[in-house]
Design a protein around this ligand. Structure first.
Ligand code: FPP
Length: 246
């Protein structure tokens, strides 16, 4: 397993712990290909890794974890692959009631869920409702999510409210706009991680990542471990953040 030899090598400061980490979980397909397995086997392994990383995030004391599970562009993949991811999602959401709820984990979805199958939408709404009572780590799953689509939906809503006289153009401050996004109420991620050697934002959290630190690693998502997460946080804690100032 990547990096297990490094376990314990990244001492972290509790005071400088990020509140929110966002992850682009990339490399499932390549992980499967390397093993001569179908792509869906890579997604299955990726879903298992996500479960472990949610536990690791709780142990580190993060408040929010946002993961990019299905983008607005992912519908272009083969029907077989889309179906496999959706079935994993069904299992995942079911698992919430069995496992995560006991751990006080909260969960919600960012993205436009209207395009998802009705049974999945129902599961999501139930989880979001139950999650309101929880106070632990808040996991945000990005599904049918695209940063531009999120901004488009927010702008449409704001324009509608202006037309109806409920919002004035001069009231559209940055805070006001943030309140119309799917992430309303969630602090921006201090750290965005992307696995598998790709170094792109791919339409993820375009507004929210304006001042995020980025951490890229070659590890394919199914091989990502708690130690690798600690390494990313360690790298973040040793960077100087200036937010455009001096
Ligand atoms: C990127 O790998 C991964 C995805 C598009 C799907 C992410 C899905 C999971 C981690 C598992 C499912 C989890 C839930 C909650 C549904 P890729 O297929 O682009 O990999 P490649 O770049 O190597 O082809």
């Amino acid at each position: 397993m990547a990096l297990e030899k490094d376990a314990g090598r990244f001492p972290l400061s509790a005071e400088k712990m990020p509140k929110h980490i966002a992850i682009i979980m990339d490399g499932n397909g390549r992980w499967a290909k390397k093993r001569g397995l179908p792509r869906k086997a890579g997604h299955k392994a990726g879903a298992e890794t996500l479960e472990k990383i949610i536990s690791a995030a709780r142990e580190l004391g993060l408040e929010h974890l946002t993961v990019y599970a299905f983008s607005t562009e992912n519908w272009k993949r083969s029907q077989e692959e889309v179906d496999a991811i959706m079935n994993l999602l069904r299992q995942y959401l079911k698992n919430y009631f069995k496992k995560f709820i006991k751990d006080d984990v909260r969960m919600d979805v960012i993205g436009d869920i209207n395009r998802l199958d009705a049974d999945i939408q129902k599961q999501i709404m139930e989880i979001e409702q139950l999650s309101k009572e929880k106070t632990g780590l808040f996991v945000h799953i990005a599904l049918n999510y695209g940063g531009r689509d999120e901004l488009r939906r927010a702008m449409t809503k704001m324009a509608q409210e202006v037309v109806e006289g409920r919002l004035l153009p001069e009231e559209m401050t940055e805070d006001c706009i943030a309140g119309y996004l799917d992430t309303a109420g969630t602090p921006d991620p201090e750290l965005v991680i992307r696995t598998s050697g790709e170094e792109r934002i791919s339409n993820f959290l375009l507004w929210q990542a304006a001042y995020s630190e980025f951490y890229f690693c070659d590890t394919l998502w199914p091989d990502f471990t708690k130690t690798e997460l600690e390494k990313a946080v360690f790298a973040y804690q040793n960077r100087e953040r200036r937010f455009g100032g001096r």
